[in-house]
Design a protein around this ligand. Structure first.
Ligand SMILES: [Zn+2]
Length: 167
């Protein structure tokens, strides 16, 4: 998001060159720049002890597509604890280990997605109201069932690549 008005005092911002950043929206009244902002989200791929991948379908938005477990980070939270919290909330599973894969920017939504592989036990899934279905897939099926070229597909491909390197 690019600021036009000062979020603190409501004054219309002007542009001012700041260091190497170029022109940045600036509040003359508060005497401070307002850099562009975006949301930071976590996106996890839960994997069980048999190497199967858990994908979910949301009960809102596009309900036909299998996706990963995602959510917004909260202030004062680490990305790892956010990933674990979202998995617990949406699937009832305990992610006992989360490992960072890569970060990807979701341009259409102005979101920085932090991608994780999450280790879980294959216990019964307790879905939240935000989730309509959760299913385990072998990794190749998972790669094919998600939207082609999506961020979740990229993360599952990362996991597959890691396995190939280790075997
Ligand atoms: Zn201001």
């Amino acid at each position: 998001m690019r600021y036009v008005y000062c979020p603190k005092c409501g004054e219309k911002l002007t542009l001012r060159p700041i260091g190497d950043e170029g022109d940045v929206p600036y509040c003359e009244k508060c005497g401070r720049p307002w850099f562009d902002t975006f949301s930071t989200c976590v996106l996890s791929v839960p994997v069980n002890e048999q190497g199967e991948v858990l994908l979910i379908r949301q009960s809102y938005g596009d309900t036909s597509k299998f996706v990963g477990v995602a959510g917004y980070m909260k202030p004062n939270e680490t990305a790892e604890s956010a990933a674990k919290r979202e998995i617990a909330e949406e699937t009832g599973l305990d992610a006992f280990r989360v490992e960072f894969l890569e970060s990807l920017f979701y341009e259409g939504r102005d979101q920085l997605m932090l991608g994780f592989e999450a280790s879980v036990k294959k216990n019964r899934i307790k879905l939240s109201s935000e989730v309509s279905a959760g299913e385990w897939f072998d990794i190749d099926t998972a790669i094919n069932i998600v939207r082609q070229g999506s961020i979740i597909q990229k993360l599952i491909l990362d996991i597959k690549e890691k396995r190939n390197e280790n075997s």
